[in-house]
Design a protein around this ligand. Structure first.
Ligand code: NAD
Ligand code: UFG
Length: 336
């Protein structure tokens, strides 16, 4: 297939692009590099042994999208979004513009180019502060921060579009907590600036680049009091996109699908597993809860297995091992 990967130099997009290129798909990446490095394109080529086309451009720019969709594209995978919850609270308009306007623009460009298949990166954030875990795709949806609002609105936009264009197919992939890196250690999570997520911050602490990890609260109603999440290896997520491509090509309509392992781990369990597997100490301090955090969230991943024939293969140990290999080999992230 000819695939346009919007946001393909980012964390999840780069791992997915490697897998797609290795399978012989023609991959074209469109990314404005607002949160990624151009070096990623070389690394994808290096690992996959295949050339991947790269266009530096913004999905809010019609010309960039026209370039991206030129020559016939079978499927668009849409990773391109701003993703920090904290940032979204400080700069909501930027998030609405980038994520929501960008998605409208993308749907318009796809209409003009006659592209009918979309694989969309949604998030478990759409479940908000879920009353019951694990969450299924039918669990109530809820907005708890501006980032989450953009994901819900984007899902709704795509759903409405599918109703008005009955031949159009979209999977709304709700990722839980992606962690880890490609086993080669060549690509991984290389955000610009200080990471806000647990695993990339934890590996910085383990590497001695930060003095300690802040554990945000130990008074949650969870077994050890710290937050529980469904961590999923980024390579498992990448594989799920391959299955989603084939599903979306055969099934019109909008289909939400949870992508998680179906198992939750607490922050302390993650720290302990990391220390055991990587043989490095992770100093930490318990601090106040972080605003906007939920106590516990993990997936019911049955639908992914039923519809996509996909299930996560890698355990928490492998996630820690691969995240650490990436950190050790790339102590300052991607070269600038
Ligand atoms: P990322 O920031 O590493 O990748 C996103 C990429 O999109 C970046 O390379 C960035 O430069 C690019 N981008 C952003 N806005 C753009 C625009 N307007 N035009 C072109 N390119 C643009 O993030 P990620 O972790 O790889 O996440 C990918 C997707 O998955 C996002 O939509 C995110 O919301 C979603 N998601 C991520 C997580 C997570 O924890 N990483 C969890 C759930 C959902
Ligand atoms: N945490 C810490 N210390 C840190 C960072 C995080 O204790 O320095 C804790 C959090 O309180 C939470 C857990 O680690 O209990 C995971 O936090 P992350 O920031 O890694 O992930 P979140 O679950 O908050 O959010 C992530 C993405 C969102 C996405 C959501 C889906 O950042 O974009 O997963 O579940 F929507």
């Amino acid at each position: 297939m000819r695939i346009l990967v919007c946001g393909g130099t980012g964390y999840i997009g780069s791992h997915t692009s490697v897998v797609l290129a290795q399978m012989g798909h023609e991959v074209r990446i469109l990314d404005n590099l607002s949160n990624s490095s151009p070096v990623v394109v070389e690394r994808i080529g290096l690992i996959s042994g295949r050339r991947v086309e790269f266009i530096k451009g913004d999905i809010r720019d019609r010309h960039s999208l026209a370039d991206g969709l030129a020559g016939g594209v079978d499927v668009v995978i849409h990773f391109a979004a701003l993703k920090s919850v904290a940032d979204s609270c400080a700069r909501p308009l930027e998030y609405f513009d980038n994520n929501i306007s960008g998605t409208i623009n993308l749907l318009q460009a796809m209409t003009a180019a006659g592209v009918r298949h979309l694989v969309f990166s949604s998030s478990a954030t759409v479940y908000g502060n879920a009353k019951q875990v694990p969450v299924t795709e039918e669990s109530p949806l809820q907005v708890v921060n501006p980032y989450g609002r953009t994901k819900l609105v984007m899902e709704d936009l795509i759903r409405d579009y599918c109703v008005s264009h009955p031949e159009f197919g979209a999977t709304l992939l709700r990722y839980f907590n992606p962690v880890g890196a490609h086993p080669s250690g060549q690509i991984g999570e290389g955000p610009i600036g200080t990471p806000g997520n647990l695993m990339p911050y934890l590996t910085l602490v383990a590497a001695g680049k930060r003095p300690f990890l802040q554990v945000f609260g130990n008074d949650y109603p969870t077994p050890d009091g710290t937050g529980v999440r469904d961590y999923i290896h980024v390579m498992d997520l990448a594989e799920a996109h391959v299955s989603a491509l084939s599903y979306v090509s055969r099934n019109p309509g909008a289909t939400p699908i949870n992508l998680g392992t179906g198992r939750g781990y607490s922050v302390l369990e993650l720290i302990q597993t990391f220390e055991r597997i990587c043989g490095v100490e992770v100093p930490y301090r318990i601090v106040e809860r972080r605003a906007g955090d939920v106590a516990a969230l993990w997936a019911d991943a049955t639908k992914a297995q039923e519809l996509l024939g996909w299930r996560a293969r890698f355990d928490l140990e492998k996630m820690c091992e691969d995240a650490w290999r990436w950190q050790v080999g790339n102590p300052d992230g991607y070269p600038t």
